[in-house]
Design a protein around this ligand. Sequence first.
Ligand SMILES: Nc1ncnc2c1ncn2[C@@H]1O[C@H](COP(=O)(O)OP(=O)(O)O)[C@@H](O)[C@H]1O
Ligand SMILES: CC(C)(COP(=O)(O)O)[C@@H](O)C(=O)NCCC(=O)O
Length: 323
Amino acid sequence: MATSLQHTSPPTPYVDLGRDEWRALHDRTPLPLTADEVERLRGLGDVIDLDEVREIYLPLSRLLNLYVGATMGAPPSVSWGKLRGAVSTFLGGPQPTTPFVLAVAGSVAVGKSTVARLLRTLLARWPEHPRVELVTTDGFLYPNAELEQRGLMARKGFPESYDRRALTRFVASVKAGQEEVSAPVYSHHVYDIVPGERQTVRRPDILIIEGLNVLQPALPGRLGLADHFDFSLYVDARTSDIREWYLHRFRELRATAFRDPSSYFSRYAGVPEETALAYAERNWRQINEPNLVENIAPTKGRATLVLQKDHTHTVRKVRLRKL
Ligand SMILES: Nc1ncnc2c1ncn2[C@@H]1O[C@H](COP(=O)(O)OP(=O)(O)O)[C@@H](O)[C@H]1O
Ligand SMILES: CC(C)(COP(=O)(O)O)[C@@H](O)C(=O)NCCC(=O)O
């Protein structure tokens, strides 16, 4: 005889919300977007539907605002910084605040940069944490010369193509509250690290660290990058959709940025479209897809929150780790 237990899903460590359930949270988000802010978001230059911003990303910024408040505390009031307050009491005195570290993970072309830029803007609107810095992990790729030497030129984006120690040290120093920390800078234009250029971070309220491999587990015996995160977000979609977005972006870049003769990819602006697309397809098949399958997707379960997108970039499901 069937028991009711057979019909009950087993408990999971996540809360799953469908689009409509998540969207309903929008009504409870105390900081609506003003017309000015909508204009500013348009100014970011990203293709993103403004209803999607209001219904999905604005509630997400509120959830993050709650996490920042609970973890870091702003003014030590009843509702702010309970955890910090309790720990300060335990340690016998107020502890200095350090930046809240938010990681954004996912495949090449899944939309990480778009989400990270959007969150930088949305999070900075909250009065408790106006100073938000965004750093991408590509600055920690080894320079091409080093990748050549290590035989890794066809593995750009794989965990071994990064200076993982420098990346972890960077995030640890920001998290430690160091006054000024700097990161190397990668240029998609020249397809290499820019010699001598640095991005400096000066004790922001929030640091967003965005990249393919941010959720990779630590090497045995070492502290991992993810050990310094206060919250992590994984942007997810079907591999076949991500492939389409990758090829679409390549086609768009061919018509714009690749036309600049100083671009590393300028040769693909001058060849027939099918030759250029064959190159992009090969890059997807040989580099980005295997990296997604072997290294990136397996880290999804470690994220605090997963955004699941459909083929139009519309978020259909949000999965949040239970506290
Ligand atoms: N929410 C969105 N709505 C529409 N297009 C998007 C959205 N997010 C990303 N895209 C598009 O998808 C492609 C990949 O996005 P991008 O943020 O550059 O990805 P990543 O940083 O993960 O490589 C780009 O062409 C971008 O314009
Ligand atoms: C620079 C990247 C490795 C992404 O770096 P991230 O900031 O995510 O660490 C990636 O966008 C890339 O250029 N991959 C090389 C393969 C390709 O050209 O598609």
